[in-house]
Design a protein around this ligand. Sequence first.
Ligand code: PMV
Length: 362
Amino acid sequence: MATGSIDDQLLSLSSTHKSVTWRSPSNIAIVKYWGKHGIQLPRNPSVSFTLDAAHTDTTVSFVEKAIKNNEVSIDFYFEGAPNEVFADKITSFLEGLDDEFSFLRDYEFKIESSNSFPHSSGIASSASAMSALALCLGSIEKILTGWPTNSTDFLDKASHIARLGSGSAARSVYPKVAIWGTHADIEGSKDLQAIPFDSELHDSFKGFHDDILIVSADEKSVSSRAGHALMEGNPYAPVRYEQANRNMIATLEALKTGDILAFGKILEEEAMTLHALMMCSDPSYILMKAGTLAVIDKVRAFRAETSLPLYFTLDAGPNVHLLYPDEVADQIWPFIERELVPHCVDGKVIRDRVGSGPRLMS
Ligand code: PMV
């Protein structure tokens, strides 16, 4: 595994390499991206914690085609087995990237991907998978052309490419905290890629826990893609986008100053708003399960009783992310284990933390 900064990792890539492996993490949004337009452009800005334990390892090996043709040629293996469904999706994704990478039709690629979390755990893998693939493609560009020569250009492009695969993946390439989407009052923020925020993060958040409770591992009844699309007709959408813009400023302030109370309030408001938007779209749908609500009730009661800073958030699914500072982990984990883990499928919990971003492994 290459160690050191991303700059050092880039330097370790030379023209003799014929394959690259990246480990890239998932992320959990504090202010949620929900609603998009154009080519994966967000309707509102979002901010997330980069995770650590929930990650994807992707290796891309490449050999120059003996006989040139104009096709994108890939073999795709998921968890060690050939996977045609994923192969087709990745092929169409790569076919759309000619303007970004000129080498894609000149090589044969073998792509091997595996997740640290079980496939059937209900954890969305698109953020870690698409960011890992984007980082591999960027590294191959570096190997073949020598560009880029610095980590800023490398990560800018990786975030941009990851976004084209899955919006939230744009944020996974940066350590600890990343912002994605234009906000008039956030310098450097843009729709085309995420930007890092970790240098401004208060120490209180650096060791934050995120225990992911797997309340249901069933396939979702409505995909994220369909969910984003339904925001276009949602009568509350304009109000939601204003709220997200306000919550961005308040969240960044809390992350800078270490205001855990303000952070927790917005975290939960965002989760409830996301799911309320689903319930009042046309057609209406519900992704929370009975276990999701039971966990939320218990978290609120626990907080009222103990005043300990334990907060929940949700993705577009039934699983509950429980966020809390490391300093109180000893007081909080026994409660989670005793009262909340029984709501999980086979007692499944992914004990995650705020993480230091992707790593070049090969
Ligand atoms: O990246 P997508 O298209 O899977 O959308 C993700 C949306 C949420 O997870 C609900 C929110 C977010 O910002 O990650």
